[in-house]
Write a protein that binds this ligand. Structure first.
Ligand code: GLP
Length: 246
């Protein structure tokens, strides 16, 4: 695992954006899987800025949401497709026909999950996945659970902690959906390249548990990344604050 510690959010964002833009330049037909959240807003700002400044085209790129709140449509302002459209798709020359998300407003959610899994499998996995991390160590919407971590796209009951943490993006906590559709850890692990960003003291406990204990822990879903051969973590000093040895 390649671990980079930088001083602050801006540097983390610049570093992750550099990796993404260089990847797109070298792989103009790549399949990307992108997350949402405060951790990556800066990365996406910088990525779009660099792509414009350097003339890097997203025309041949396909992009996939890793998750979406259950029942929200692609046009819902609180939805994750909407987020990626706002922060990425509307600012680069990607063809929107090549932007995908689970059909989280489908009547048959399980069928929508299965269709998404099939779509990702048909690609042979993503070429590049960017991840954030929840303060409890979740990745995408794979919540900490004692009994199991699902491999494929599935419906996940969100924990109270995650609902509270994500309420800041809604006008009231009662509006936060209680369930989400998310790719599972198997599809994450099938990605050829994984980059995870984490910033701020709120992530320090999760990052500390992840890196200090070299174990697979279903209560810390990010720990599956220990098994992947190409993972880069970009942490700011606050997020790395509880790591014993880097
Ligand atoms: C949500 C998303 C994750 C994201 C996490 C952290 O739960 N499903 O993909 O990593 O939030 O978000 P933030 O970056 O806002 O802390």
């Amino acid at each position: 695992m390649n671990i980079e510690v930088v001083s602050n959010y801006e540097k983390m964002s610049a570093e992750a954006a550099r990796l993404l833009v260089d990847f797109v330049k070298a792989n103009p037909n790549a399949n990307l899987c992108l997350p949402t959240g405060g951790s990556v807003e800066g990365t996406f700002d910088k990525m779009c800025e660099l792509a414009r400044a350097e003339g890097v085209s997203f025309r041949g790129i396909s992009s996939y949401n890793m998750d979406e709140y259950a029942t929200l449509s692609k046009t819902n302002e609180n939805g994750y497709y909407y987020f990626l459209n706002k922060f990425v798709y509307s600012r680069v020359d990607i063809d929107v026909k090549n932007t995908y998300a689970p059909e989280a407003d489908a009547a048959d959610l399980q069928a929508a999950c299965d269709a998404y899994t099939e779509r990702v499998r048909a690609l042979g996995g993503f070429d590049f996945i960017l991840l954030g991390i929840g303060s409890d160590g979740h990745i995408a919407f794979n919540m900490p659970k004692l009994d199991k971590l699902c491999l494929d796209t599935h419906i996940e009951d969100l924990t109270e902690d995650t609902i509270k943490a994500n309420a800041r993006f809604f006008s009231h906590i009662s509006e936060v959906p209680r369930q989400a559709v998310t790719i599972g850890v198997g599809l994450i692990m099938q990605s050829k390249k994984i980059v995870l960003v984490a910033s701020g003291a709120g992530k320090a406990a999760a990052i500390g548990r992840f890196l200090n204990n070299r174990v697979l822990d279903p209560m810390l879903p990010a720990s599956v990344l220990w098994l992947h051969p190409d993972v880069t973590l970009i942490l700011d000093e606050a997020a790395a604050g509880e790591v014993k040895n880097i």
